[in-house]
Design a binder for this molecule. Structure first.
Ligand SMILES: Cc1cc2nc3c(=O)[nH]c(=O)nc-3n(C[C@H](O)[C@H](O)[C@H](O)COP(=O)(O)OP(=O)(O)OC[C@H]3O[C@@H](n4cnc5c(N)ncnc54)[C@H](O)[C@@H]3O)c2cc1C
Length: 395
């Protein structure tokens, strides 16, 4: 496609910034409109597997990623009370060797900052803050992003990367109803100096128990421990990542769990516990109009149980860039992108839901039977981590 095309992106989250960086690096004219008054992310961790890290390497960000990440040795699925290991998946060298790039744990604000720096290095004016998308108009010749303050931004292509409550998705697809899962997620971080020395190896510990599970791993070169816990609780329906909740409720949720979990919870800053309701949405199959397309959480919001929401948004960015490069016709480019992404992301949405069931079984016997039937390394290796968004053949 002609590189002078003007591409408008709504949303400067991980997905929108990854798309902006990929497209700017190709020489397109890109502007990102972000509702927030400043660029930033919440204080929590994120796991990124080889399939996304390859895109970050393509953007020249290998050193920046390595400098602030942790390479976990393995996933360890543990029984909630005894800590007995139910299943183990090697990561570190095994992941890198099998899939050609590292598996990283990184602080959300670090990866967001790394992407924002790359975007601004490519074009210092690329991001426009205080700009809330409310919808768009399109003709055969152009698309116009409408902002809440009355501004109208004209361009050739509009990318809706405006997250789980996307205004662009509402117009492309129509309103999609979230289904509350009856589960909430807690998140908190603990500086390692508050924990006993050599508290936990550099692994991802996934503690599985009746009606809840907790995921624990290190961030920031091992200086911070990340704690995320999902609990079946239908009394909290606020779907916001920035709403605080009462520490005592978190403590009560994990009463009777292993001593390691108690130590983590006891050392969490009591004023820094966040909780949000987990909604599920059925996969969406129509992502594009003639000139507008959705990506990331706007297109395929997922439960977090396969740690792949941001990973999919980063893959989207690369495949969208390649689809735009490969077609002169805009509608065909957007269609190619959607055609190549819908099935894969729908599988993440569906399998994440199934993983939630596996992590919340009732007792040791059920967990042993559930994990006994699984070979997560093989399953995920075959279709999830082995995908290369930079080279996969586009249908
Ligand atoms: C508990 C939990 C743990 C997770 N762990 C992982 C993990 O380990 N690995 C992983 O890959 N994923 C993980 N995810 C998922 C991941 O966080 C998301 O999939 C990812 O952030 C999606 O990126 P995005 O850019 O599409 O959307 P967002 O990150 O939501 O970004 C959307 C951006 O658009 C802006 N915006 C919103 N509305 C508007 C508007 N109207 N106009 C303009 N701007 C707007 C927002 O301010 C934001 O900057 C997790 C999610 C949860 C809930």
């Amino acid at each position: 496609m002609d590189k002078s095309k003007k591409i408008i992106i709504a949303g400067a989250g991980i997905g929108g910034l990854a798309a902006a960086a990929c497209l700017l690096q190709e020489g397109y004219n890109v502007r990102v409109y972000e509702t927030a008054p400043k660029l930033g992310e919440i204080g929590a961790g994120i796991q990124t597997s080889a399939n996304a890290v390859k895109v970050l390497h393509h953007l020249g960000l290998a050193d920046q990623m390595a400098a602030v990440s942790v390479k976990p040795k393995s996933f360890e699925f543990r029984l909630f009370d005894s800590g007995e290991v139910l299943h183990k998946v090697p990561l570190a060298e095994a992941h890198e060797k099998a899939h050609g790039a590292p598996y990283y744990h990184i602080h959300r604000s670090d990866i967001h900052q790394i992407l924002a720096d790359r975007v601004l290095e490519l074009d210092p004016d690329a991001v426009v803050l205080n700009s809330t998308a409310i919808g768009f108009d399109e003709t055969d010749d152009s698309v116009t992003l409408n902002l809440s303050d009355g501004r109208k931004i004209a361009g050739d292509i509009l990318i809706g990367a405006d997250g789980i409550k996307s205004a662009i998705r509402d117009q492309v697809v129509g309103a999609t109803e979230p289904n509350f899962t009856g589960q909430v997620a807690w998140r908190a971080t603990v500086p390692v100096e508050k924990l006993p020395e050599d508290f936990m190896d550099k692994i991802v510990a996934i503690w599985c128990g009746p009606k809840k599970h907790a995921v624990v791993y290190y961030l920031r070169s091992g200086k911070v421990l990340n704690f995320v816990a999902c609990v079946e609780n239908d009394s909290w329906t606020e779907e916001s990542w920035t709403v605080k909740a009462d520490w005592q409720e978190l403590k009560d949720d994990f009463e009777g769990w292993n001593e390691e979990i108690q130590i983590i919870i006891d050392n969490i800053d009591k004023d820094q516990c966040y909780r949000w309701a987990l909604n599920n949405r059925k996969p969406i199959y129509n992502w594009a109009t003639k000139r507008a397309v959705i990506m990331g959480d706007a297109a395929h919001p997922t439960l977090p149980y396969m740690a792949s929401g941001a990973v999919m948004a980063i893959e989207d960015a690369a495949v969208l860039m390649r689809s735009i490069n490969a077609n002169d016709d805009i509608a065909e480019a957007l269609d190619m992108f959607a055609r190549n992404r819908v099935d894969r992301t729908a599988r993440i949405v569906t399998e994440s839901t199934e993983h939630g069931d596996l992590y919340h079984l009732s007792n040791k016997e059920e967990f042993e039977a559930g994990f006994g039937k699984k070979n997560i390394a093989k399953e995920r290796g075959e279709w999830l981590y082995s995908y290369d968004p930079m080279t996969v053949e586009l249908k």
